[in-house]
Design a protein around this ligand. Structure first.
Ligand code: ADP
Ligand code: MG
Length: 611
């Protein structure tokens, strides 16, 4: 007797539903995608009890005539593709023709739909995949789908549902994605009869994000700088400025051709693009859109269409990394402005140089403090050179304009540093430099600031002539495990650029005879093993330059001004001006902020002078 049998249609749909309809949020996703594909300008989503008792999606899209409405409930019935050529270049969100029959097979389902110019609409009622009623309906043009009692006929599945709250949150997240992906569509979301959000059609992505997440977040987003040549690919959107991050990926959103996706390629690219602008273990905030030729991306790889495959992942990755980098660097302007006197003229990099100034008259080591014209040597930066004894930490009397011999600004208040007006007040807890500017109080973490400066300095050197290195008294040889050895061999050139004199010395053995000058290492071999361990994991697929940056970021910290090294006035001043000249002054190489503004109005609020 034969044992193989074709599944009855309804059972086949339920099997398919196992993949498409994981939970209420996936129903919402599929239905809203259909509404978007139908050209809706407004989409309303209503859920009760986490979507478990009711999900209703109402749109004002193109609607369906009766035959199509009936057909839409058949498996593999779709209006979106016809040939396999279409499948290779999908421009719509749906394409499989599986969502409606799957959903209808595991719920009590009602579809009403009407084309704009039709005399009457159609209403279809389905229970557990069986059509019960088909009749004329008189709804407004568009489509309304109601899904009640999800999984009522699949108890095993129902048991896997989470709490109503969790399911609601999933639905809300799903709707956020869709609303961000399509700012031009108005969205309304009601949960248990309460309006969760009501988003009018927005003219721009910025507007939509503001409506959804508030002004404060939007103000910290940078518009993505478009690069001219990524072939047919276009990258646009808004991303968080350097130093802005989240402990999870919830606000790391990426859309490929309007579809929110999760992609290891893109996650890695974002991480690499942010690099030192991101704290370890944190995730960036991105609303990033990639528009590319539909033929260059395969969306038919994941049951929930959450993942895609790029035809040329390396090109995509490179374009994203490059775009993020440029955007973060562009953020420097905006960032500086918040510390700037509102009326001050725009400063160009050319006038970022310090005003000419003499040494502090009474300082014992005044010679060292005179400010250099060029910055050729690390020693030009007084705060970079460890000295046995710094000047005493700031005393109030050090702070007046006359003492420093710097030109006071028009109000006779403070000094110009890097074209910006600051008045250094003092140092708190041997760590935070306190300054005043037009907007209020500015706090600088001297350690973080120093790390950033040192990091960029060393990176510049690495790119140009290589980090200066110092010979070891005794060259040392050591052996590595074969995989580590192979890694070192591949990266010898980069290591040498970083000032590490390393070369092969027999099978799996190496000789090291010099190290970067700025390092103070007692056991070079132990140091190398640590560096290799750290870099190997970080270097997966990243460029040699990145590897160098990683190495610098990892070692710099230890050599930056210690949190409680007392700095003299000129050292502080130089520190601040060097910081402001950095490419990414806002955060240290580990992504922590370097400089914080507390505005006068914030203070006024705190003191209850203003509500
Ligand atoms: P797919 O979206 O993959 O085509 P679905 O099962 O989700 O498959 O939908 C089947 C078909 O029903 C769609 O191709 C579309 O023609 C039609 N349809 C579904 N939802 C709507 C809607 N909200 N408005 C207009 N047509 C719709
Ligand atoms: Mg669909």
């Amino acid at each position: 007797m034969s044992r193989i049998r074709l599944l009855p249609e309804i059972l086949a749909s339920q099997v398919a539903a196992g993949e498409v309809v994981e939970r209420p949020a996936s129903v919402v996703k599929e239905l809203v995608e259909n509404s978007i594909d139908a050209g809706a300008r407004r989409i309303e989503v209503v859920v009760q009890r986490g979507g478990i008792s009711l999900i209703r999606v109402v749109d004002d899209g193109c609607g369906m005539e009766r035959d199509d409405a009936l057909l839409s409930l058949e498996r593999h019935a779709t209006s979106k593709i016809r040939t396999s050529a279409d499948l290779a270049a999908i421009a719509t969100l749906g394409f499989r023709g599986e969502a409606l029959p799957s959903i209808a097979s595991v719920s009590r389902f009602r579809l009403t739909t009407r084309e704009a110019d039709a005399m009457a609409g159609t209403e279809i009622i389905v229970a557990g995949g069986r059509i019960e009623t088909v009749r004329d309906g008189g709804e407004a043009p568009g489509t309304q789908v109601e899904v009640r009692s999800i999984f009522y006929n699949l108890p095993a599945r129902r048991k896997f549902l989470r709490s109503e709250n969790t399911e609601s949150r999933n639905i809300e997240h799903q709707l956020h994605l869709q609303a961000i992906g399509h700012p031009e569509i108005a969205f309304v979301f009601l949960r248990d009869d309460r309006i969760v959000f009501q988003l009018p059609a927005a003219a721009t992505l910025r507007e939509r994000i503001r409506d959804l997440h508030g002004r404060e977040l939007v103000e910290r987003l940078l518009a993505v700088e478009e690069a001219s040549s990524h072939g047919k690919m276009r990258i646009r959107g808004l991303i968080g400025q350097a130093g802005m991050s989240r402990p999870s990926r919830v606000q790391q959103l990426v859309f490929v051709n309007g579809r929110a996706i999760e992609s290891p390629v893109l996650t890695a690219a974002l991480r690499e693009g942010y690099h030192t602008a991101l704290m370890k273990g944190q995730f960036p905030v991105t609303f990033l859109f990639l528009d590319l030729d539909p033929a260059a991306v395969d969306v038919n790889v994941h049951p929930a269409k959450r993942e895609v495959r790029f035809r040329d992942p390396a090109a995509v990755r490179e374009a994203v990394v490059e775009t993020i980098r440029r955007t973060l660097e562009s953020g420097r302007r905006d960032w500086q402005q918040q510390f700037q006197k509102p009326s001050a003229p725009e400063s160009t990099p050319a006038d970022l140089a310090l005003p000419a100034t003499g040494p502090v008259p009474s300082a014992p080591d005044a010679g060292q403090n005179s400010l250099p014209e060029r910055r050729d040597d690390l020693a030009d930066r007084p705060y970079l050179v460890p000295r046995p004894q710094f000047e005493p930490a700031l005393r109030p009397s050090d702070v007046g304009g006359e003492v420093r011999g710097l030109a006071p600004n028009q109000d006779g208040l403070g000094v110009a540093i890097a074209g910006q007006q600051f008045q250094i007040i003092g140092i708190l807890n041997k760590l935070y430099v306190l300054m005043e500017n037009q907007n209020g109080l500015v706090l600088v973490d001297q350690h973080a600031a120093h790390e950033r400066i040192l990091f960029e300095e060393l990176r510049r050197r690495m790119e140009e002539q290589g980090v200066p290195s110092q010979r070891l008294l005794l060259a040392q040889t050591f052996e590595l495990a074969p995989r580590d050895a192979e890694w070192v061999e591949r990266n010898v050139a980069t290591l040498q650029k970083m000032g590490i004199g390393i070369e092969a010395f027999g099978e799996n053995a190496f000789k090291i005879d010099s190290l970067p000058t700025f390092l103070d290492v007692s056991d070079p071999v132990a140091f190398m093993r640590k560096v290799i361990d750290g870099l190997k994991s970080a270097s997966n697929g990243s460029s040699p330059l990145r590897l160098g940056e990683e190495m610098i970021a990892k070692t710099v910290c230890r050599h930056a001004v210690k949190a409680n090294d007392p700095l003299g006035y000129l050292e502080v001043e130089k520190l601040i001006s060097d910081l402001l000249e950095c490419e990414l002054p806002y955060c240290c190489p580990h992504g922590r902020p370097t400089m914080i503004q507390i505005s006068l109005s914030e203070l006024e609020k705190k003191f209850g002078r203003k509500v």
